[in-house]
Design a protein around this ligand. Sequence first.
Ligand code: 6PG
Length: 244
Amino acid sequence: MPSEPEIRILHTPQDLFQAAASEFATRTAAAISDRGKFTVALSGGSTPKSLYSVLAKAALPWEKIFFFWGDERHVPPDHPDSNYRMASEALLSKVSVPPGNIFRIRAEEKDADVAAQDYEQTLRSFFHLRPGEFPRFDLILLGLGPDGHTASLFPETAALGETKRLVVAIWVEKLKTHRITFTYPVLNHAACVMFLVSGGDKAEMVCTVLEDRNANLPSQKVQPVNGKLLWLLDQGAAGKLSKK
Ligand code: 6PG
């Protein structure tokens, strides 16, 4: 039975990113203590950049942390829109993580479906999955888009109904581009999913996602079956919630 989300509201954006970094560190220590490694799927967009900058100053066992991405734009890794490039500049290039611990989506591939299939194989190999099995990430970071999307699971796209594949490529009409994204089975198999949302411009959507059960938004379908669902918000993003 999916658990109710735990909602943490922090006063300022700085408090938010510090709290997220602290959660990241806590989960890293626990996973390494239990199984000798920590697997995390990073989110893209602009919000997590500040978290990555805070993490870049942290003393973490980088050699035991394995980095993946929950989604990627259909661009090369050096493109300004690349989620990999953003994380690399803000965090990965600043810490001693071994290159072999970084598994980016090869979104330079001209056929986005091939990039998705390639990444799915990467996951199957790394997690030693048998057919029908899904990877269990220790932590998946997610953001919230203005239309209620998360990762690259956009409203009215075929990806929302995918129950077998781990990674799919979708055409996003409003952006006139392909995206490559984890599917819900991967998101909902995680030990912890942490949404990170900052700013008053997200307040209306945050309220809808967390309080309107009939909104039928992509981010509402993130419900870890046997895992923790965390929403970390700053006061701005939480501004419209009825329950504070
Ligand atoms: C992406 C993200 C996407 C993002 C939201 C919020 O590739 O853009 O995966 O889901 O998290 O769109 O983006 P901002 O943090 O820029 O508001």
